[in-house]
Design a protein around this ligand. Structure first.
Ligand code: ADP
Length: 543
């Protein structure tokens, strides 16, 4: 009942706000004044909005979509990375030999790294890891410095080390902040599971309990509710197209409403872009892609159609520098749906039944593997361990029983009580599949190394039911965007900041490098959104 009342309140607030925004009559320009204007009601925008509001600012968020808030955050794969040793301890997760070796490799590889922040992660990690493995040799391990090293390594050393440091070190605090928000969903909102999302390369991906619906809704709805409840103003159906510059300073934004009216929002403290990336904008993808083969910017994508890179275009027009624009991420998915999100116990085979890659690889290499298979289609094979023990009985990102989920797309999802039956359903030779499953299971048991060098293992694939999920490589995330400094201030092409202009979330570059680790995006928007909001809540910074 409490939940219904709360939803009603949210609906009422949204209706009033949308209603207010159309006051003024067709043809007249809408004018608003505030201290902080945030463009984009997605994850980063709301996190920033709430922090700035709580610092005492008057905050307006404008959102171009007339009815949908949350942006890509709302349809994200519903996993968020943070190093969480208390949870690892309570789950008594066991470490694999490959994982032990990888920690050693990370420390050794970055021990003498020229950048002092990166070197610092390796040197911080050494004594902590040594003490851990001496005291608990079988227990899985994590630490913010390891998360940082893997993020940096997973993005080929292209990211800004100070950004990676913030991402990894403020992640758990951001989750605690989210869990602590008032409202019916506050508290107990994360599950006590810790799978590895596709491309996460480590078992640190927190998943939600679906209180707030499916997928990434759980990561922005509580913030949205708090923002509206605490006096934040949201104007939907307002698409910004211009950053208003006066004497070199960003002083507001202007644009057009869905009803066709021009609007102007002036902001005395700052303008923040939280407009997301450009993965649904084919033209921009083709313009910036340097890495994927020609034609691949035309494959499917996992984004909402209105995620078009508007903020990047506006910022560039206002003189902002753009970085990392050529790095475009693909992920294994079926159309717009993330398939087999937890890679922990998934083995991938091609349509001949052959395994072709270590499934715990970074996303770019995994997708490169997929697009070189026959038909560019693969099957993710998983078993009852994924269903019961890793995902807790529901599918990734939604609280749907697995059999119903499989039945919803019978051509692309298959389920069977035996591997033999599964092999015949997907049309691959059983002997081939069996051979790969046996090799996978030997690696889990530690009796033989994984022929593909995989390190993330938890269970053998031997528990019915067996499930096969078809996947292709789909465009998912854009790593590049507005160049900002550590205070989230936009940097100008010629150097120096653009006074008054801030950005956070997928709209910025520099956080992930050339490849984002799976489940780092939600962490990114919460950590950097909050950070930007706190900066905007404070006094003006000197340029
Ligand atoms: P992030 O993950 O960085 O928070 P999201 O994709 O979740 O980004 O959210 C971005 C939001 O910004 C979306 O709701 C999108 O509709 C909104 N948006 C994008 N461009 C504009 C624009 N020009 N004016 C207003 N809102 C915009």
């Amino acid at each position: 009942m409490k939940k219904l009342g709360f939803l009603f309140f949210t609906f009422l607030a949204l209706s009033l706000i949308i209603g207010c925004a159309t006051i003024g009559g067709r043809g007249q320009e809408i004018r608003l004044n505030t201290e902080v204007v945030i463009v984009g009601a997605g994850g980063a925008g709301y996190a920033a909005g709430l922090e700035a509001l709580r610092a005492g600012r008057d905050v307006v968020i404008i959102e171009k979509h007339p009815t949908i808030t949350g942006g890509n955050t709302g349809v994200a794969g519903s996993a968020a990375n943070a190093a969480n040793m208390p949870l690892i301890r309570s789950l008594n997760m066991q470490i694999t030999d490959g994982e032990r070796d990888f920690i050693e490799r990370m420390i050794n590889e970055y021990w003498d790294y020229p950048d002092y922040i990166v070197r610092g992660w390796a040197r911080t990690l050494r004594p902590v890891w040594d003490a851990h493995r001496a005291a608990y040799p079988a227990l899985f391990f994590d630490h913010p410095s390891l998360h940082a090293l893997q993020t940096y390594y997973g993005g080929s050393g292209v990211a800004k080390p100070s950004f990676v440091h913030r991402l990894a070190h403020e992640a758990l605090a951001a989750f605690a902040w989210l869990e602590g928000l008032d409202g019916p969903g506050g508290g107990g909102w994360l599950t006590d599971r810790l799978p590895a999302a596709v491309g996460a390369t480590w078992r640190r991906s927190h998943t939600p309990n679906f209180y707030w619906g499916t997928l990434g809704a759980n990561f922005f709805r509580p913030v949205e509710a708090a923002f509206l409840q605490e006096g934040g103003r949201l104007y939907m159906g307002h698409r910004a197209d211009t950053i208003i510059m006066e004497n070199g300073r960003a002083v507001g934004v202007s644009g057009t409403t869905v009803a066709g009216q021009r609007f102007v929002v002036r902001a005395s403290r700052g303008v923040m872009l939280a407009t997301g990336g450009f993965a649904a904008n084919r033209e921009m993808l083709n313009q910036h892609n340097r890495w994927w083969p020609e034609g691949f910017m035309g494959v499917g994508h996992t984004n909402l159609e209105h995620i078009q890179g508007d903020g990047i275009v506006m910022a560039a027009r206002a003189g902002a520098n753009l970085i990392d624009m050529e790095w475009i991420q693909m992920v294994s998915a079926l159309g717009s749906v993330m398939e087999g999100g937890a890679i922990t116990n998934v083995m991938m085979i091609n349509t001949d039944g052959n395994r072709f890659i270590r499934e715990d690889h970074r996303r770019d290499l995994l997708c490169l593997g997929i697009i070189t298979q026959p038909g560019q289609i693969v099957w993710g094979i998983q078993d009852g361990h994924t269903i019961d023990d890793i995902l807790g009985g529901h599918t990734w990102g939604a609280n749907i029983p697995f059999d119903q989920w499989v039945a919803a797309l019978p051509a692309h999802r298959k389920m069977a009580d035996t591997l033999q039956d599964l092999a015949s359903q997907i049309g691959v030779p059983y002997a081939t599949l069996r051979g790969h499953i046996d090799a996978f299971n030997r690696a889990v048991e530690g009796t033989a190394p994984c022929p593909f060098g995989r390190m993330v293992f938890q269970y053998p694939i031997n528990k019915p039911p067996f499930v096969a999920v078809q996947a292709t490589a789909n465009i998912h995330h854009t790593m590049g965007g507005v160049d900002v400094n550590d205070n989230m201030q936009a940097l100008a092409v010629g150097g120096g900041v653009i006074p008054g202009l801030y950005a956070a979330g997928e709209v910025i570059g520099g956080v992930h490098g050339d490849n984002r680790l799976g489940a780092n995006a939600i962490t990114d928007i919460l950590v950097f959104g909050r950070h930007a909001g706190k900066i905007l809540g404070g006094p003006e910074l000197r340029p």
